[in-house]
Design a protein around this ligand. Structure first.
Ligand code: ATP
Ligand code: MG
Ligand code: MG
Length: 556
């Protein structure tokens, strides 16, 4: 094992453990808002939070940050749970919901009111925002700031009970309208929203703001290290202010910020992903071109590769853009060790071995995975009529063309050496069939002198009568440029790759693929890594998605 240096979060954790902070516990959480599907940026956060818990024998909670009442949340809750499990992680105990803390949060808000640290403001959020001042000028105090405790308690209770219209009042923390940190200028803690919540129904008419709810939820759950993205750095004093007012004893959760993860050749904001779905650029959230976890799953990316990638890129304190070639490289590395090799002819043309007996069928033995000693071998039927790739043949080939061309020998992988004798064409000159002769002494692995003969090219093939039909979906990157949103003058959708999907029907695959199950992954030799489609693949209608081509563009 190579010894890695600690990243800055590990350094903080090890320091905390050494100092005996928070009973030497490590307890993290992953806090998604159940308002969309998770994407690969979330995967980074999942690997980080669950990974640290694993590394330090700690725990990681799954907490749905559902303080914002929205519709259809149940669908998202289920997809998020499935995505985390697919990535190979399990949360501690039951999943948590911030909405389960509404009573406790309300009680604490009442406590702050009683201590003169919070007040009801009758102004709208817009008016309040106008009084906030600038970084150079202090804000203006609200005319409602000096309300009596009794009046505040009474109004806040009425807010809770639904006496007022949505947006007509807020509860604010009374901190400092002159603070250099704008977020400490009497931030809003609660707003009135007369809206049904997916879990609490119509019980609440007020909902807590993120800054108030998040740290307190961390506190309730005993979280020790609360990791979030950099934009929350300026929120940290507020996170701590609430805890200083409300937390008892020694224990305190600590907010730590790291840089948001961005990936080239894609977009990640929920709004943009929704646009791609709604405007039909992709087939849905789980389209294999989407950067959603469900999309990359359907694309065939192994979860181990995502975890490995997350480890390789580490964490940063500055926003950065990760090279998609590195992700693809990691996916290839993982599949190279695990994916069985099979033969699939994507664009077939018939090859007839004119000197091979008409009715004979023999079986050739072939390795399942040269990278895996335990993967064993299988047999493939070989006979007179085969299929090879149309573009593995060229009639007037340049000297360096080491595939099939009249008069030159090539090897059919695990089979025989063959020599093309004739290209058969239809009346319009299109190639319909290739004729060749085979050398009966040249069978691979037979040990004969002829079998050892060096020929330049080796082609994949399938037996025409035994091959199975398949549809192959060749996916490519969804955008043609690395940063589709970099140019603010242009719509990112102008950079959509028009060739991000090519559907090939009538592909011919070797008979062993009859046993392929949805989500089984393969290397189609010489073509790339492919996965049987999670939803559309059926034994009598096989569908494979291209995960990545073989050629690696990652420059180390
Ligand atoms: P988006 O803005 O992309 O929709 P979000 O931040 O609103 O994402 P949440 O559901 O609030 O989505 O995120 C859950 C967790 O995942 C948060 O802790 C958030 O910081 C983290 N997260 C989201 N996007 C990224 C990213 N690109 N890189 C790292 N962590 C991320
Ligand atoms: Mg969010
Ligand atoms: Mg967001």
């Amino acid at each position: 094992e190579e010894k890695k240096s600690l990243n800055f979060i590990e350094q903080i954790i090890e320091e905390d453990l050494k100092n005996g902070k928070n009973q030497k516990r490590v307890h993290t959480r992953f806090p998604p808002e159940p308002n969309g599907y998770l994407h690969i940026g979330h995967a980074k956060s999942i690997c980080l939070n669950f990974g640290l818990a694993r590394q330090y024998n700690g725990k990681c909670n799954l907490r749905f940050d559902d303080t914002n009442p929205e519709k259809e949340e149940t669908e998202y809750v289920e997809s998020i749970k499935a995505d985390i499990r697919w990535l190979g992680f399990e949360w501690d105990g039951e999943e948590m919901y911030a909405s389960d803390y509404f009573d406790q949060l309300y009680e604490w808000a009442v406590k702050l009111i009683k201590e003169g640290k919070a007040y009801v403001d009758d102004q709208t959020p817009e008016e309040i925002s106008k009084q906030r001042g600038t970084t150079k000028e202090p804000g203006k105090e609200s005319p409602f700031r000096e309300r009596s405790v009794e009046e505040n308690l009474d109004l806040f209770e009425q807010m809770k009970n639904g006496a007022f219209e949505s947006g007509s009042k807020v509860l604010r923390a009374k901190i400092d309208m002159a603070s250099p940190n704008m977020l400490l200028r009497d931030p809003i803690m609660y707003r009135i929203l007369n809206r049904e919540h997916h879990r609490t129904g119509n019980k609440w008419h007020i909902y807590p703001m993120y800054d108030y709810a998040h740290g307190e939820s961390d506190y309730i759950e005993g979280i020790t290290h609360s990791l979030c993205t950099l934009e929350f750095e300026v929120h940290r004093p507020l996170y701590n202010w609430f805890l200083d007012q409300l937390a008892e004893g020694e224990y305190r959760p600590q907010q730590i910020e790291f840089a948001r993860f961005n990936l080239g050749y894609t977009v990640m904001s929920k709004r943009k992903l929704l646009e791609l779905v709604n405007e039909g650029y992709v087939a849905g959230w789980d389209d294999p071109r989407m950067p959603t976890i469900t999309g990359i799953r359907r694309r065939g990316y192994p979860p181990a590769a995502i975890r490995r990638f997350s480890e390789i890129i580490g964490i940063a304190k500055r926003d950065n853009l990760q090279d998609v070639a590195l992700l693809e490289h990691t996916v290839r590395e993982s599949l190279n060790k695990t994916a069985p090799r099979v033969m699939a002819v994507l664009n077939p043309v018939k090859l007839v071995l004119t000197n091979y007996p008409e009715d004979k069928v023999e079986h050739v033995e072939i390795e399942n995975n040269p990278e895996d000693e335990d993967a064993g071998t299988r047999e493939m039927p070989f006979c007179r009529e085969l299929y090879i790739e149309r573009d593995d043949f060229m009639e007037d080939a340049p000297r360096k063309f080491f595939r099939m061309t009249p008069g030159k020998e090539v090897r059919l992988k695990a089979g025989y050496i063959v020599k093309c004798t004739e290209a058969i064409k239809d009346s319009e000159g299109n190639l319909t069939e290739i004729h060749a002769t085979y050398d009966p002494d040249s069978k691979s692995g037979s040990g004969t002198e002829a079998s050892m003969r060096k020929v330049k090219g080796t082609l994949h093939w399938v037996s025409a009568q035994h091959a199975l039909d398949a549809e192959v979906r060749q996916y490519d990157r969804l955008f043609t440029v690395e940063e589709p949103t970099a140019d603010k003058e242009k719509d990112y959708k102008e950079y959509i790759n028009p060739e991000s999907l090519e559907i090939l029907k009538g592909c011919k695959v070797e008979p062993s693929l009859a046993n392929a199950k949805p989500e089984d992954r393969f290397q189609f030799q010489r073509k790339g890594y492919f996965v049987a489609d999670r939803f559309d693949h059926k034994p009598d209608k096989m569908v494979f998605n291209r995960t990545v081509p073989l050629r690696d563009t990652w420059a180390k």
